[in-house]
Write a protein that binds this ligand. Structure first.
Ligand SMILES: [Zn+2]
Ligand SMILES: [Zn+2]
Ligand SMILES: [Zn+2]
Length: 256
């Protein structure tokens, strides 16, 4: 299994428009963070987790080769508004691409991208996809993707557990709490990637401290935090966290 962090930043991205702080003006490329997305290749299948506003740039910059399925964590703007660019892959692959999310996520996708469902079966300038409600594990070839219900403030949204090539990867980019039933699905993980927004607490995201505590509890072989704000300078945060948790950067590729 191979995965690439296509984006590791919070909803504003870093640099944030109109900010002159030391992180937003940093020349260190690891401090430049696009909105959150993950690209996973396993069992010969290519999966995308969220299509943020930066999706086209992420695909071109980090070399996404094909897309066999798209999984959406939730319908917030920073996770879906690059969706239209999936159309290049449905054109190139000459096939419909399945798109999975919770019933509420897909309800909002059908509204926000209403032109897709109406015209996706005719050839033209729209993504050809199948919007599919996901409540249960889904197989894409031999990869199994299990939805992980988590709290994001008042809302329940999805993270995902991805199993393939004998490995288990967990991806939860937006989260302020993990129910006990979901924690049971996160045993014996090879890699865990979890929301660790910023040092201070936040009503809809784990703080860095809460994230690290949860990552320790999950106890994956490798742990990463994501969805970072400009409150964290890359090198300083990594030095503070030590070896147990890795601070990723856009374009970081991991072979499990
Ligand atoms: Zn987000
Ligand atoms: Zn800033
Ligand atoms: Zn969100």
């Amino acid at each position: 299994m191979k995965f690439t962090f296509l984006g590791t930043g919070t909803s504003h991205g870093i640099p944030m428009i109109g900010c002159s702080c030391n992180v937003c003006t940093s020349s260190e490329t690891k401090n430049k963070r696009r909105r959150c997305s993950l690209y996973v290749v396993a069992e010969g299948k290519h999966l995308i987790f969220d299509t943020p506003p930066d999706f086209r740039d992420q695909v071109l910059t980090f070399g996404v080769e094909r897309v066999d399925a798209v999984f959406l964590t939730h319908p917030h703007a920073d996770h879906i508004f690059g969706f239209d660019d999936v159309r290049r892959f449905s054109d190139l692959q000459k096939s419909h691409i399945p798109v999975y999310g919770s019933p509420e996520t897909m309800r909002q996708m059908r509204t926000k991208f209403d032109y897709v469902d109406k015209t996706s079966h005719s050839f033209g300038g729209v993504p050809r996809v199948q919007f599919t409600d996901q409540m249960e594990p889904v197989s894409v070839g031999d990869v199994v993707v299990t939805p992980l219900p988590v709290w994001h403030g008042q809302e329940t949204i999805h993270g995902f557990r991805i199993e393939g090539d004998g490995k288990r990867l967990g991806y939860i980019p937006d989260c302020s709490g993990i129910p006990a039933e979901t924690l049971l699905l996160l045993e014996n993980m090879d890699t865990m990637i979890l929301d660790g927004l910023r040092p201070q607490e936040h009503p809809t995201h784990f703080s860095i401290g809460e994230c690290v505590e949860m990552l320790n509890r999950i106890g994956a072989r490798q742990s990463y935090l994501t969805h970072l704000t400009h409150n964290s300078e890359h090198r300083e945060l990594q030095a503070r966290l030590g070896k147990a948790v890795t601070v990723p950067w856009d374009g970081l590729k991991i072979l499990l």
